[in-house]
Design a binder for this molecule. Structure first.
Ligand code: NAD
Length: 258
């Protein structure tokens, strides 16, 4: 039977790439996220045509616990259970701590950290009933190390790694694994959008943000690709990864080796 996969924040970037990779394997997938209705429908239809299963869209806002509960309930109703949960939705805000808007702090923590708690608390009972499951949290190199002007993001991503380890221990004897992926810089809309703000905060050009800030610590001097992150998610969801739990896989071109 086709696996049932939920990927939060999958109308764009890394999440869409992960959803596409699971669809190409024949999974039933729920994509989620914001965007123009016609673009979301085009993405859903493309993934649906790749899969021998079904691809649906759910518009849950990851800051709203009741909508997150409905996302997971929809997967259970439509596909019977959730075999693979990928917590991926994210936004960024670049600013000094003393200037950081309080509502932005709250929004980043809600989307990047609390939403993973809410998807997990709704999904774990389904996975326990099935006696198996894979939870994959898209964290970041910023879950392991910091950069200035990204306080909420770095704090939330470090929190995601703590949540990953705690859940893995709680679920260790249930057949459910919980892991994180820690990508370095991937050129997605999220990264493109922060280039002007980073240029302003550091007083440098936008081109210099790419070469001197983003790729400075990425030892390979290359951006990570969406497909590389998606392949790592497929691996963590595979039988071969059965004994991998409570840890992270870095895919950061050597950034955190330094
Ligand atoms: P992106 O902007 O391309 O995609 C983000 C997705 O999250 C979109 O589908 C968006 O609609 C969705 N989203 C935003 N707010 C939401 C909300 N309130 N509710 C539901 N969905 C919401 O960004 P991306 O670069 O693909 O980022 C995906 C994940 O990867 C994030 O968690 C990000 O922190 C992480 N990440 C990205 C990079 C990178 O360099 N791009 C590096 C490491 C980690």
């Amino acid at each position: 039977m086709a696996r049932s996969v939920v990927v939060t924040g999958s109308t764009s970037g890394i999440g869409l790439g992960i959803a596409r990779a699971f669809a190409a394997e024949g999974a039933n997938v729920i994509i989620n996220g914001f965007g123009k209705a016609e673009e979301i429908e085009a993405a859903r239809a493309e993934l649906d045509s790749l899969s021998t299963g079904r691809v649906l869209y759910h518009g849950a806002d990851m800051t709203k616990p009741d909508q997150i509960a409905d996302l997971i309930a929809t997967a259970a109703r439509e596909f019977g259970t959730v075999d693979v949960l990928v917590n991926n939705a994210g936004i960024q805000h670049v600013s000094k701590i003393e200037d950081f808007p309080v509502e932005k702090w709250d929004q980043l923590i809600a989307i990047l950290l609390s939403s993973a708690f809410h998807t997990m608390r709704n999904t774990i009972p389904l996975m326990k009933k099935a006696g198996k499951g894979r939870i994959i949290n898209v964290a970041s190199a910023h879950g392991l190390v910091a950069s200035p002007f990204k306080s909420a993001y770095v704090a939330a991503k470090h929190g995601v790694l703590g949540l990953t380890k705690t859940a893995a221990l709680e679920l260790a004897e249930t057949g459910i694994t919980v892991n994180a992926i820690c990508p370095g810089y991937v050129l997605t809309p999220l990264v493109e959008r922060q280039i002007p703000d980073t240029a302003r905060e550091r007083g440098i050009s936008e081109e210099a943000v790419k070469t001197d800030v983003m790729l400075r610590l990425q030892a390979t001097k290359e951006f990570v690709s969406i497909e590389e992150v998606a392949a790592t998610a497929l691996f963590l969801a595979s039988d071969a990864a059965r004994q991998i739990t409570g840890t992270h896989i870095s895919i950061d071109g050597g950034w955190t080796a330094q």
